[in-house]
Write a new protein. Structure first.
Length: 559
């Protein structure tokens, strides 16, 4: 039986209209012909929300169920309507329109082994709208797809990507809903240009999210959206491979260019002029990002440290040190130019691990007042085939930009460069061999006409490719410290020991400078714990353990 109306229905709040309407539907089911007794409730809700009669009825059911029992699924809604899901399907456009108007949000049920069907969705009333109804406020301004421009469409597709990542919608729904959204808004110039592109749906979605993030001025990492729009891991890897080699439709269509991301295993997209011009069609400004430079270290950021060399090495060191003093360097470069010779300087420090090769480069940079761009060999290795070559070229492009902007020629420093400088592979059957040889060829070409200061360190000089041997003007060998040099290093590390004690340690333990520094650090920690300088016995104990470490490490030196 229908619920009798109050004496004066006009005095009811909107919340009471909704409750009475939902109660009535529970009694009579989804029967528009029998809604007449509830017309006053329907009219009040329909007027407030600007809905049709049937849409107002459906909204009241979702609203009440959400308040009493939580967000309903389609089964909950049809149960209240007293019809089964199959009979309700012709009325789904009513529900879709509520979603389109922004009154109701549809989410996926987060249930293990849940399939992506109609019955695995829940429906939630918009929070702001619910608050307005409960507190008798005016209808808030809701997002309406019909009133959107291209900017809102791009944002909506980016939101869909986020929902797919959160498993609120499936990958199929992401693609379906995004393409439907684009097709329904072809009257917008930007959207129409995207729709007309002859590319797979996934790439159209990628273009939308790249445009959206690009106009915000954000970094545009490709790994995340590719992982979302792809059906599986294999497709994602294929897409990333195509992006890294420039074989994807976005790069080939001149919509984007790519560059190494924050980590060398990542890839970023950069909006091309074509994409920026597309956004300007609707007067949308783009916050363009400057190309990232590889980080550098300025001379005042390097900690000054005393260096000790064996007699023969010290002569070479001071020759290089003198060369890099700016007054001498500029004069020599000018004379080389006059003679038609390359003005660049290439220097290789090679020898035993821990003998001060890297520290010597840093101290040269500090003492000559030069900025240093340090590249570790591992930075040139990338999981994406073809990216290593791009990164190698970017290193030299970045350095050349830095050199031209700098008042004093900076240093390009390849640390632990054994893998890059080693003999080229003759077996070209593997992608790894091809990549390594390609890297070496790029490096050789760059050094041929190099105009700055290139320095490298290597532990395994015996593996040096002869082509690189010719490219280095200066090659300085670093060996383990001889007795007199070793004593100086021990004395610097342990000034509280006597000369006899430091001499004893030098003779007893033939350590490199790096190993002596390790012992010094251990003693500093011991001092913080005990408050006393380490005794000779404790230092010897640390030395014995350092010998064991040396044996283990020696087996894995090099590449």
């Amino acid at each position: 039986m229908p619920i009798p109306l109050p004496a004066n229905p006009k005095q009811l709040t909107l919340l009471e209209h909704i409750q009475n309407l939902e109660n009535g539907v529970k009694t009579i089911g989804f029967n528009p012909q029998a809604f007449k007794p509830y017309k006053v409730h329907i009219d009040a809700l329909a007027k407030y929300l600007e809905l049709s009669q049937n849409e107002a009825v459906l909204f009241s059911i979702v609203f009440v169920h959400m308040v009493n029992d939580g967000p309903p699924d389609l089964s909950d809604i049809t149960k209240t309507l007293k019809i089964d899901v199959m009979r309700f399907l012709p009325h789904m456009p009513l529900l879709e329109n509520l979603i389109k108007k922004g009154y109701i949000n549809r989410c996926k049920i987060r249930r293990r082994h849940s399939e992506n069907t109609l019955r695995n969705k829940i429906y939630m009333v918009n929070d702001e709208l619910m608050e307005s109804i409960i507190h008798h406020k005016a209808l808030p301004k809701m997002k309406n797809i019909d009133n959107k421009g291209s900017l809102e469409i791009l944002q909506e597709i980016d939101i869909l990507i986020g929902q797919c990542n959160d498993s609120d919608i499936s990958q199929y729904e992401l693609v379906h809903d995004s393409i439907t959204l684009l097709n329904e808004n072809r009257h917008l110039p930007i959207v129409n240009s995207i729709v007309q592109q002859e590319m797979d749906s996934q790439y159209k979605i990628l273009l939308c999210t790249i445009l959206w993030k690009g106009l915000l001025g954000n970094d545009i990492g490709l790994d995340f959206p590719c992982g979302i729009v792809s059906k599986n891991a294999a497709e994602r890897l294929r897409m990333m491979h195509d992006f890294s080699t420039g074989e994807d439709p976005l790069t080939k269509g001149d919509w984007i260019t790519t560059r190494e991301g924050r980590f060398n295993t990542e890839l970023d997209a950069i909006l091309s002029d074509k994409s920026i011009d597309l956004l300007k069609m609707e007067n949308i400004e783009v916050k363009t990002l400057k190309t990232k430079r590889i980080s550098t270290k300025k001379p005042d950021e390097i900690v000054k440290k005393a260096l000790f060399f064996n007699p023969d090495e010290e002569k070479q060191w001071w020759r290089i040190h003198s060369l890099l003093q700016e007054k001498n360097f500029k004069s020599i470069q000018e004379r080389l130019n006059e003679k038609g010779m390359s003005p660049g300087f290439t220097i290789l420090f090679h020898g035993e691990p821990g003998t001060g090769k890297t520290e010597s480069v840093l101290q040269l940079a500090k003492e000559s007042g030069r900025e240093i761009m340090k590249i570790d060999a591992s930075m040139t290795k990338s999981m994406w085939f073809g990216e290593s070559e791009k990164f190698m070229k970017r290193i030299f492009n970045n350095y050349e930009d830095l050199r031209q902007d700098a008042k004093i020629t900076p240093i390009l420093f390849f640390n632990e460069a054994d893998a890059i400088l080693s003999k080229r592979k003759t077996d070209m059957s593997s992608n790894v061999s091809q990549t390594e040889n390609a890297l070496q060829n790029i490096l050789l070409e760059e050094l041929e006409n190099f105009k700055g200061i290139f320095m490298a360190t290597s532990n395994l000089i015996q593996n040096l490719d002869t082509a690189f041997d010719r490219r280095f003007i200066y090659k300085m060998h670093f060996s383990l410290p001889e007795l007199e040099t070793s004593i100086k290093i021990w004395e610097r590390a342990f000034p509280f020991l006597s000369t006899e004690q430091n001499t004893y340690l030098s003779k007893e333990f033939q350590f490199s400078g790096a190993q002596i520094d390790n012992i010094s650090r251990k003693c500093a920690i011991d001092y913080l714990l005990s408050g006393n300088d380490a005794s000779l016995e404790i230092i010897e104990e640390f030395c014995e353990k350092e010998v064991l470490i040396k044996v283990n490490v020696a087996q894995r030196i090099g590449f």
